[in-house]
Design a protein around this ligand. Structure first.
Ligand code: SAH
Length: 266
């Protein structure tokens, strides 16, 4: 099939513009059109050139949303018109961003697709409060898991995940905090297992708590933490240095990035 036009799928990182890749900055600067999700921060959009048309196509869960088919048609139309098209997604475009679906649809329509990976929020959020997700004394690896099984989709196999002993980094889990908690307890994870929740990671409004499996939904709610947030489950969560802890005692540590962390007194 003859290639007609190109789209670049770009990861915008977790929010802090300094966590953009140099490649993302270059592609943004040269874009004619940028279609961006609502997780993309305005500080990142500022890197688009003055010629760029910025088109919001967010679909935050539960709110008015832009249908996926509409986004894809718009990308195809703009690419066929010969424009330099950037599809800008929060974090990494291929981590829970439907980037894979968009890339496949574009390729089927004869559009060339380039990928600029980005720093995924799960890893950035953990690092932002000093959690080493694969500290070798505690975890042999890390699993990036969705906490939100879309309608008709099967739930992650929590029992199997717990058995691996891997650090669990859960995306899109805040609306289902209690269900996730119950699922992990039912999967035999001890109630004392450390859990960290980091909202708006790497942004000025970043806030975080460190708690336990038994207490984290209440602790997160008391601290006013809401989506977008990352939930880190595993022994490594106790190594956080930048989050306020459940007891109200701030842990030591000098993570400059988390000066905005909200203090939570239980
Ligand atoms: N592609 C994105 C993930 C999209 S799914 C990535 O790689 O990061 C959307 C989920 O990402 C949110 O529900 C939340 O769990 C997480 N998320 C995105 N940005 C975040 C941020 N700055 N802080 C905390 N969580 C974030």
């Amino acid at each position: 099939m003859k290639i007609m036009g190109r789209v670049t799928l770009v990861g915008a990182g977790p929010g802090d513009p300094e966590l953009l890749t140099l490649k993302a900055v270059r592609v943004l600067r040269d874009a004619d059109v940028v279609l961006y999700d609502d997780l993309v921060s305005t500080a990142v959009l500022a890197y688009a050139g003055p010629q760029a048309r910025l088109i919001p196509v967010g679909k935050r869960g539960g709110c008015a949303s832009t249908p996926q088919a509409f986004i894809e048609q718009l990308l195809i139309r703009e690419a066929r018109a010969g424009h330099a098209v950037v599809r800008l997604k929060g974090g990494d475009p291929f981590v829970f961003g439907r980037g894979g679906e968009e890339a496949a649809t574009l390729r089927d329509a004869g559009i060339g697709v380039d990928i600029v990976c980005g720093l995924t929020s799960g890893l950035a959020a953990a690092a932002a409060i000093g959690i080493p997700v694969t500290h070798r004394m505690h975890a042999h690896g890390v699993a990036l898991v969705t906490g939100h099984a879309a309608d008709g989709e099967v739930e992650p196999d929590w029992a199997a995940l717990v058995r691996t002993g891997l650090t669990l980094v859960i995306y899109m889990g805040m609306r289902r905090a209690e269900e996730l908690q119950s699922a992990l307890i039912a999967a035999d994870m001890p109630p004392s297992m450390p859990v960290a929740v980091i909202a708006h990671a790497t942004r000025p409004e970043q806030a975080a708590i460190v708690s336990t499996l038994a207490d984290w939904p209440a602790a997160a709610e008391a601290a006013g933490l809401a989506s977008p947030a990352i939930i880190v489950v595993g022994q490594v969560a106790a190594l956080a240095t930048g989050a306020s802890v459940d007891s109200g005692q701030r842990r030591g540590g000098d993570f400059g990035q988390v000066e905005h962390t909200r203090q939570h007194v239980a």
